[in-house]
Design a protein around this ligand. Structure first.
Ligand code: BG6
Ligand code: MG
Length: 218
């Protein structure tokens, strides 16, 4: 008999490659504050909430700011980020995503979004995927950021599926930790040396094969 499973997808770095836009906006902010911010350092910001990202950036630059100033910078960074987002089209859906969503739909497997981003609905709308998800949980719905499991547990509840039957697809260490803490099956997308805590790791979304998915269902 087939198991009832459901999928919960992270957004940035899994469905779309928005990490590059986050990086450009954070780097410009760092430069304006007088320090450099490398792509390697940007790895620390993946999966992390907007405010925590700023705190990490400021600690890298050894910059101390008032809470008021931080709020101003958060708005400034998001404004620049949205300039990139507003130009996005369906061309920016990462390879393999549409095939995977089609497979899930054909096999009656429900799927939700579980993202730290407050911009998630806008991004999904821009790339034409907003109406395909059964449920969307984003940065506006959670009080605790990944690696806390809250975002995925809310997703499972919205889907009406037990956490242990949910499969999380994530590109960030914090996201894999959140999925594991929720007792879900974790799939990492990226480097296996970085995402070693995941139950399975694939180099990108095209590497998730129908055979692998059928095995998960049985
Ligand atoms: C996550 C990204 O998905 O969303 C992080 O990996 C980002 O890099 C976080 O900081 C919050 O995103 P936003 O769009 O609300 O600033
Ligand atoms: Mg991500």
């Amino acid at each position: 008999m087939k198991k009832e499973i459901a999928f919960i997808f992270d957004l940035d770095g899994v469905i779309v490659d928005t990490a590059k836009y986050h990086y450009l906006a954070w780097r410009n902010l760092a430069n304006a504050l007088g320090f450099d911010f490398t792509e390697e350092q940007n790895e620390l910001l993946k999966g992390v909430s907007r405010i925590q990202s700023l705190e990490i950036l400021l600690s890298i630059g050894k910059v101390n700011l008032s809470e008021e100033k931080k709020q101003v910078l958060l708005l400034q960074k998001n404004k620049e980020y949205l300039e990139y987002v507003n130009k996005m089209t369906s061309d920016e859906i990462l390879p393999g995503v549409n095939d995977l969503l089609n497979f899930l739909e054909i096999n009656d497997i429900k799927y939700a979004l579980g993202s730290a981003s407050k911009n998630a609905p806008l991004i999904l709308d821009k790339v034409g995927l907003l109406n395909r998800f059964t449920a969307i949980v984003d940065g506006n719905d959670v009080s605790k950021a990944k690696p806390d499991p809250e975002v995925f547990l809310i997703g499972a509840k919205k889907l009406g599926v037990n956490p242990e039957n949910c499969v999380v697809v994530e590109d960030a260490i914090a996201g894999i930790e959140a999925a594991n803490a929720a007792k879900m099956i974790s799939i990492g997308i990226g480097d296996a040396n970085v995402l070693y805590e995941a139950d399975y790791v694939f180099k990108d979304m095209t590497a998730i094969t129908p055979d692998f998915l059928k095995n998960l269902m049985n």
